[in-house]
Write a protein that binds this ligand. Sequence first.
Ligand code: ACO
Ligand code: LMR
Length: 264
Amino acid sequence: GKVRAPTHIISTISDDRGEETCYAGVPMSSIVEQGYGIGDVISLLWFKRSLPRYCTKFIEICIMLCADHGPCVSGAHNTIVTARAGKDLVSSLVSGLLTIGPRFGGAIDDAARYFKDAYDRNLTPYEFVESMKRKGIRVPGIGHRIKRDDNRDKRVELLQLFARTNFPSVKYMEYAVQVETFTLSKANNLVLNVDGAIGSLFLDLLVGSGMFTKQEIDEIVEIGYLNGLFVLARSIGLIGHTFDQKRLKQPLYRHPWEDVLYTK
Ligand code: ACO
Ligand code: LMR
């Protein structure tokens, strides 16, 4: 019989060997003919299945709302400085992307992990927040530099509105809102931020869609898929900032001395 040489790579999400590439078994022609969008492509390549339209629409809304947040945030600032140093598109983009992490844009997976664990263990918001405090961990998905109780993040409101209207259940999001009510009683900038809103709502999406086993949901949360949404979304804005600086022919950036406290 045939002897199969051992392979060095295993891949399960796409296959380019036939006449046309397939994403999770779906040929590209079907993707185009059926009018699939970027949310469907993400479903196929990340989750290896076609999700219902309200789920792919939610993914698309996350991407659109997180695409940019002005020039002053960590990522855009890095990208702008890099572009002004004369670097190319990829360098400017990754310079901005490298700021995404636990404080900026990359708290979605941890928010999902901690909210899920606290909800599943029936912790009250008080018990959850105080246990985090005892461990010296800031609650991921809570807090913002400029958003406050009286200046809420419109992105969070839009995501919540969509989910309340379209999701079968929003129990994790409602739990995150209860946590927010408690943290806001401590300080008025401890709002549920966009990372926390996406993290909790994605749990609701995974559970409510009925398309994932409990084990698969645990794996998605454990591996940490969800920061990928912010990385993907913000790349759109960071590429835009790179083009903007180049179009404006901006010179090398040097930070002003007046804005530095030189001290021993
Ligand atoms: N949980 C509990 N307490 C908090 C939190 C939180 N998430 N955030 C702030 N605090 C409290 C702490 O007591 C903090 O004091 P500490 O420095 O001794 O811990 C105090 O508020 C003051 O916090 P600041 O340093 O003034 O907060 P800052 O405005 O610098 O931080 C930030 C904003 C980084 C978003 C912060 O709230 C945080 O770390 N949140 C968790 C991570 C997160 O969700 N990041 C995503 C933000 S949204 C986005 O980037 C798209
Ligand atoms: C963002 O989306 O970049 C922000 O929420 C962070 C910020 O500081 O505005």
